[in-house]
Design a protein around this ligand. Structure first.
Ligand code: ATP
Ligand code: MG
Length: 436
């Protein structure tokens, strides 16, 4: 057999047997977002290209090299979203959300697209959970956002995750810092990689972020931004640290964190996992007070983060964190003969309407094969329906774990009542045994 094609490089399928892992994470994200007053926002998977050129910044790697951009039949330039912040900010402006009570808090769970070299933890289609907060300058908001991310990693039971924070100041203090950086890197200009030579004049801070080993080494000796912060930015950074301390969130200050977006101001941070190799950033974010204005709105401070879901799943796996298995089948109704098949089908439907997970044979298997299947899907109870049972209007319900049997009536309502009672008793017994 020859498949006509395989999935494109850098993409992943989530199979039915694994999707519970994603759903577990997604539910945890949603619960955590809710606890912090964030509501979900959904934006298109594609946007006009200029949104990302402006919203992500045209000196970034994302815009320079990684975007999936194409012309539509109508001749518009469209780009698949490489991240979630720009689209969220666009929607925020387009729908006048700045009129809502501040701060405005939104979260998203989305796919992102970047034309990168695929490797462990680096995909071309990947997924992010992100939180965006608009309308506050207060350092308490920065700390609140970082705390939300920290709580998620806590709740997941992850260890060996470190939080690194920095402040990259506002445009005023950064002008001075850029001068100092330019003077420093000028000494090494010929040794820098080709990309950095270009970045040098356009955005010298980007050089601190270069992953080429020699450039990285040079960057280690660069002047630190923290020495150039103006009084306001400095006080803001102190404030963020104090609130993090108050929340019991551990961090280290790393002055080389600059982040990939051009419009970051003041706070920037990353959560790093010690267990997944080179692609170690599982979450990154900060403050971008210039973004809304850059997109044509009135000035409005903003901040946010994005966490990479695939990298989080890799971390969970590497640390052996167990994700609870989804609930298995409540009951399998095996059947023999046409009347019994129909009864099985109808009973299953009633059970499902009552919120239970029920299965019967839809493949035309014999009784033995049906029971084998019931075992495979981990059914907790089963019954076997044949002509006798149909005639008598009752059957034996079997607990697949203990082998215990009880008579149950086959009339739908009575059946569900009896079954629910038996299932509850069984769960209660299980709990009691666990506690003793
Ligand atoms: P990196 O330095 O690893 O390239 P980045 O700075 O480009 O990351 P962001 O744009 O800040 O990353 O995205 C936030 C998070 O999304 C990252 O911390 C990471 O967990 C995840 N992420 C980014 N790019 C990818 C990718 N190509 N594949 C999988 N996850 C990714
Ligand atoms: Mg990147």
């Amino acid at each position: 057999m020859a498949l006509i094609t395989k999935k494109p490089r850098g993409t992943e399928d989530v199979l039915p047997r694994d999707s519970y892992r994603w759903q577990f994470l997604e539910k945890l994200f949603r619960d955590e977002a809710r606890a912090f007053g964030y509501r979900e926002m959904r934006t298109p998977v594609f946007e006009h290209t200029n949104l990302f050129e402006r919203g992500v910044g045209d000196t970034t790697d994302i815009v320079q090299k990684e975007m999936y951009t194409f012309l539509t039949k109508g001749g518009d330039s469209i780009t698949l979203r490489p991240e979630g912040t720009a689209g969220a900010a666009r929607a925020f402006l387009e729908h006048g959300l700045h009129n809502d009570p501040l701060p405005i808090k939104a979260y998203y769970l989305t796919s992102c697209y970047r034309y990168e070299k695929p490797q462990a933890g680096r995909l071309r289609e990947f997924h992010q959970f992100g939180m965006e907060c608009y309308g506050t300058q207060d350092p308490a908001a920065d700390a609140e956002l970082i705390t939300a991310a920290a709580n998620i990693f806590d709740r997941l039971g992850l260890k060996n995750i470190s939080l690194e924070i920095n402040s990259i100041g506002c445009p005023t203090c950064r002008a001075e810092y850029h001068k100092a950086l330019t003077a420093y890197f000028a000494q090494y200009k010929d040794e820098l990689c080709k990309d950095c030579q270009e970045r040098f004049s356009r955005n010298p801070m980007r050089l601190l972020d270069c992953k080429v080993p020699h450039d990285h080494e040079i960057a280690q000796g660069a002047p630190t931004v923290l020495d150039y912060l103006c009084d306001e930015c400095s006080a803001h950074f102190e404030g963020v640290k104090h609130y993090l301390d108050a929340n019991g969130v551990a961090y280290t200050v790393n002055p080389t964190i600059v982040r990939g977006l051009d419009y970051y101001t003041k706070t920037v941070f990353e959560f790093l996992s010690g267990d997944i190799g080179a692609q170690s950033a599982v979450c990154a974010g900060g403050r971008y007070d210039g973004l809304i204005e850059e997109l044509g709105g009135n000035p409005m401070p903003a901040l946010g983060f994005a966490a990479g879901i695939e990298r989080l799943l890799l971390t969970l796996e590497a640390q052996g964190v167990e994700i609870p298995l989804p609930a298995s089948c409540d009951i399998y109704i095996a059947s023999m003969g046409e009347d019994a098949h129909q009864k099985a089908s109808a009973l299953c439907n009633s059970l499902r309407k009552a919120g239970l997970y029920a299965e019967f044979d839809v493949v035309g298997r014999g009784l033995k094969a049906q029971m084998k299947y019931a075992n495979k899907i981990g059914a907790r109870f089963s019954i076997v329906l044949g002509d006798n049972e149909i005639e008598e209007g009752k059957a034996k319900l079997k607990n697949m774990l203990t082998g215990e049997q009880s008579d149950v009536p086959l009339e739908a309502e009575a059946f569900i009542n009896a079954f629910t009672q038996i299932k509850l008793n069984d769960e209660f017994k299980g709990l009691e045994e666990k506690n003793n």
